[in-house]
Write a protein of this length. Structure first.
Length: 201
């Protein structure tokens, strides 16, 4: 796979375009929907659904009976990063503890962006854990809100227990260019990882 030139401006998709599935994960309200919307070349699809009776038993079983409704939203978008690379973006549905219900959610995903709101670091712990568990390579994007304090990246790396080789970048999920930069960082990271893997063979 050659992703050379992946950071050139997007060009129309052609026959030899490689399609890559990318997950956009992170805690509730960290900006997943916002990022998919800001960056997508197509009008993104968002489904907001209320889990009804069908899932009530499941909810009950795993001890969340007090919650009578669970909103599930799934964001989908796509962006052509250049003439040979098309990213299909899948925002992960709400509560990470239900991810196992989404059969094949991570199947074929080449990588993920985990969005973090530095005002509420803990809300993204679970998403990071799940990426590690599912073995999906990821980068961390700190979505900057107006009242976010600026933390040294290394402090955040420590707090989230992120390995040194995993990129952590700041972004504004509302801004197309900024969101696109995050995706470029992810693709670079994936490329580096595969280069390292090749060398160590
Ligand atoms: N100021 C600011 N607000 C944001 C940003 N990203 C998202 N928001 C707002 O934060 C709220 C939650 O974002 P959303 O994308 O729905 O989060 P999700 O639950 O991860 O999908 C929305 O009201 C957004 O408008 C950002 O980068 N800056
Ligand atoms: Mg959302």
């Amino acid at each position: 796979m050659d992703l050379k030139g992946f950071d050139r401006p997007g060009a129309p998709a052609s026959g030899d375009t490689r399609s890559v599935k990318v997950m956009i994960a992170g805690g509730f309200g960290t900006g997943k929907t916002t990022l998919v919307r800001s960056v997508s070349d197509i009008k993104p699809l968002t489904t907001e659904e209320t889990l009804t009776q069908a899932s009530a038993d499941v909810d009950h079983l795993i001890g969340v009976a007090e919650k009578t409704e669970t909103t599930v939203s799934l964001d989908f978008g796509k962006i052509s990063l250049n003439d040979s690379l098309m990213l299909y973006l899948f925002g992960t549905p709400g509560q990470e503890r239900f991810w196992f219900l989404w059969n094949g959610l991570f199947k074929g995903a080449l990588g993920a962006v985990v969005l973090v709101d530095t005002r509420r670091l803990a809300s993204s712990f679970r998403a990071i854990e799940e990426m590690e568990r599912q073995d999906v390579p990821f980068v961390v994007a700190l979505n900057v809100f107006p009242d976010s304090r600026e933390f040294p990246v290394e402090e955040i790396r420590d707090a989230l227990d992120i390995s040194p080789h995993i990129p952590i970048v700041a972004c504004d999920a509302r801004d197309r260019a900024s969101s696109r930069d995050v995706l470029v960082t992810l693709i670079r990271h994936l490329k580096e990882r595969s280069a390292v893997a090749r060398e160590s063979r």
